[in-house]
Design a protein around this ligand. Structure first.
Ligand SMILES: Cc1ncc(COP(=O)(O)O)c(C=O)c1O
Length: 378
């Protein structure tokens, strides 16, 4: 048995107070007890999303709510813009195209951020665009996009602005209403500090108007069903009550600590992680790095090997590269229930894994010292 350090960009470690709630006897969902829990989480989610609109809780992974956004907003042959800068941006394209939606892509190289100016130009050239889809934190590359600037641009058009905030929310500042995001989606296994299995979605008034016109086929993801039940603090289908009870506890912790405090922790941890990578002479991959996961380029495509050594020998779980970045990068996450001690343990083991592979002359302790230096100043 090996003690586990989960430093992946989802799932993340679950605080014991939250995990304990999952061990309680099952609450039946058609009871007053469940209604009270559901009411509480729905209010709490408004705080987490920084919105005055309803936030719906679904039994699915984040991709489910991405699909939900598409099927509830659009109709066959609609045209949309997808601003992609990595693996998860491309997922918007795949889902949309599988429903016959015409996609105008304003993709950039992986590692770059999407360009608000390019989006503005594309919207001017294509006045029929119904919606603009992008990603807040592109977990596959570690960049963060300028959602606030894009929100201002899209708000001046008839299109709605849809953001995959699956990574990033709770970990770094994200303000749905203030940044004029019409539809935001997220999932439980990231900043929420929960196991995978729940996903969330919210619609602005502008988006709600578009929902009324939508003609794409839908059943499980039909927002109208959820809305009807939401008014009674219920869900149309059997909810994962165990996860919802755990979510209530997680939201309690988030409210007690306050979002701002999570944001400042992740900012510090990301700064320290970048310093650690630089001390190891590993080039940072993201042009505009986010604060919840750090991607670094590793020599000789050894990414998968490094991830394996860390996992098997030290019980440290980090992520490798996805898609075309497989082997080329490692991704070290610092979101949710993570401490300074976790970061230091992760870097100490990373130094040992790199030494074992003899990729460079690793001076043991150098990266740990760089991380310590940054954390100690706090
Ligand atoms: C930014 C982003 N979008 C989408 C997804 C897909 O979410 P899920 O795996 O929960 O369906 C992820 C998961 O890592 C993600 O990080």
């Amino acid at each position: 048995m090996l003690k586990q350090y989960l430093l992946t960009p989802g799932p993340v470690p679950v605080p014991p107070q939250v995990a304990l709630k999952e061990a309680l006897p099952i609450v039946h969902h058609r009871t007053d007890e469940f209604v009270s829990i559901y009411k509480d989480i729905s209010e709490g989610l408004k705080y987490v999303f920084q919105t005055k609109n309803e936030v719906y809780t679904l039994a699915c992974s984040g991709t489910g709510t991405m699909e939900m956004a598409i099927v509830n907003l659009l109709s066959p042959n609609d045209e949309i813009v997808v601003a992609s800068c990595g693996n998860f941006g491309e997922r918007w394209i795949e889902i949309a195209q599988s429903y016959g939606i015409k996609v105008v892509s304003v993709s950039v190289e992986w590692g770059e951020v999407v360009s608000p100016l390019q989006i503005e130009k594309t919207l001017k050239e294509n006045p029929n665009i119904k919606a603009v889809f992008t990603t807040f934190v592109e977990t596959s590359t570690g960049v963060v996009n300028d959602i606030k600037s894009i929100g201002k641009i899209v708000a001046n058009t008839n299109a709605v602005f849809v953001v995959d905030a699956i990574s990033g929310i709770v970990g770094q500042e994200f303000k749905t209403d203030l940044w004029k995001v019409d539809v935001a989606v997220s999932a439980s296994q990231k900043g929420f500090m929960l196991p995978p299995g729940l996903a969330f979605i919210t619609f602005s008034q502008k988006a709600k108007e578009m929902v009324k016109m939508s003609k794409l086929p839908k059943f499980y993801f039909d927002i109208k069903k959820y809305k009807k039940f939401y008014l009674k603090n219920q869900t149309p289908f059997t909810p994962p009550v165990t996860l919802i009870v755990a979510l209530q506890e997680a939201i309690k912790l988030i409210k007690a600590k306050k979002l701002e405090s999570f944001w400042s922790d992740c900012k510090l941890f990301s700064k320290a992680t970048r310093k650690g990578m630089q001390a190891l002479e590993l080039k940072l991959f993201a042009k505009v790095p986010c604060e919840v996961v750090t991607a670094a380029v590793v020599p000789k495509d050894l990414g998968e090997k490094i991830v394996e050594i860390l996992r098997k020998k030290y019980g440290v779980f980090i992520a490798g590269g996805q898609g075309k970045l497989k082997g080329q990068i490692i991704r070290f996450a610092h979101m949710g229930y993570i401490s300074k001690a976790d970061l230091l343990a992760g870097f100490a083991c990373l130094e040992m894994a790199l030494s074992e592979l003899d990729t460079k002359n690793i001076e043991k302790g150098k990266a740990v010292a760089a991380v310590q230096e940054e954390l100690y100043r706090d």
